[in-house]
Design a protein around this ligand. Structure first.
Ligand code: 2F8
Ligand code: CA
Length: 259
């Protein structure tokens, strides 16, 4: 027992028992002791390895938990950011849909206006084409121009005045023309100079419709062969469609020329 307690390891045994004589039983004991000592060393080494491995395992666990915790935290942040992004996208989508509806309304309104304008353009184009046709038709007939002599002249001198300007005294063959020329007392292109009572226009065409003043033509004093327009005696009911009078051709008046 003393040996066991004093020889916990081989080196100590060697030092303490240096002067003790080495008998066979002692050698045997020392062998046993050395064997036990080696077993103890192995046992302690195993314990140490086991402990160190446990510590390493613990450290590994801790770092694993920490990385897990960081991962979860990071995941939570990512989820939060993702939710914020979704909310933001949802708001943007709602705004865009509202804008889209407004644009659709504007588009519909503009389409309607476009249709109306196209219809209006078509109407105006038709009207323009009709006016162009009327204009061309009038051009074929020739442009009509009226003008009045500036001085008072006899019927013949007035006619000459017109002819000097490429025109002649006016021929009135419609109510519209009669009404439109209604102004002052002037010579027109009608006379019965050649044959009394047979009225002729300056182009030698016969009179078909006259716009005479009441009681005219009367060839007063037997020498009224030229016709004036707008003879006016208010007390006898003068009017635009009843205003012609035969009058002495030598009397001086203005005349209406037609070109
Ligand atoms: O001066 C000629 C003119 O004289 C009269 O009018 C003022 C005659 N009217 C009547 O007799 C009703 C005109 O016929 C005539 O031309
Ligand atoms: Ca007369």
């Amino acid at each position: 027992m003393e040996l066991e307690s004093s020889c916990e390891n081989v080196e100590n045994c060697d030092i303490k028992d240096k002067n003790v004589p080495r008998t066979p039983s002692r050698i045997q004991d020392e062998g046993k002791a050395q064997k036990r000592s080696k077993q103890n060393v192995l046992f302690e080494t195993e314990i140490n390895v086991w402990g160190i491995s446990k510590v390493f395992a613990f450290i590994l666990n801790v770092s694993y938990w920490r990385s897990e915790r960081d991962l979860i935290k990071s995941y939570k942040n990512t989820v939060e950011e993702f939710n914020q992004t979704i909310n933001s996208l949802q708001d943007s989508y709602t705004d865009l849909m509202t804008e889209k509806h407004q644009l659709q309304d504007n588009f519909n309104s503009l389409s309607q206006k476009k249709l109306e304008l196209e219809t209006r353009i078509k109407d105006l184009t038709d009207e323009k084409d009709q006016l162009q046709r009327d204009f061309d038709s009038l051009n074929k007939k020739g442009t009509v121009c009226f003008f009045m002599s500036t001085e008072l002249k006899s019927w013949s001198d007035c006619r000459q005045y017109c002819r000097d300007r490429g025109a002649d005294l006016v021929i009135i063959n419609t109510e519209e023309k009669q009404v439109s020329l209604f102004s002052e007392r002037v010579w027109i292109g009608l006379s019965d100079t050649e044959n009394e009572g047979i009225m002729k226009w300056v182009d030698n065409s016969p009179l078909k419709q006259g716009f005479w003043f009441k009681g005219e033509p009367n060839n007063s004093n037997g020498n009224e062969d030229c016709i004036e327009l707008n003879y006016n005696r208010e007390e006898t009911g003068w009017s635009p469609l009843n205003s012609w009078n035969d009058y002495p051709c030598s009397e001086k008046k203005k005349g209406i020329c037609e070109k």
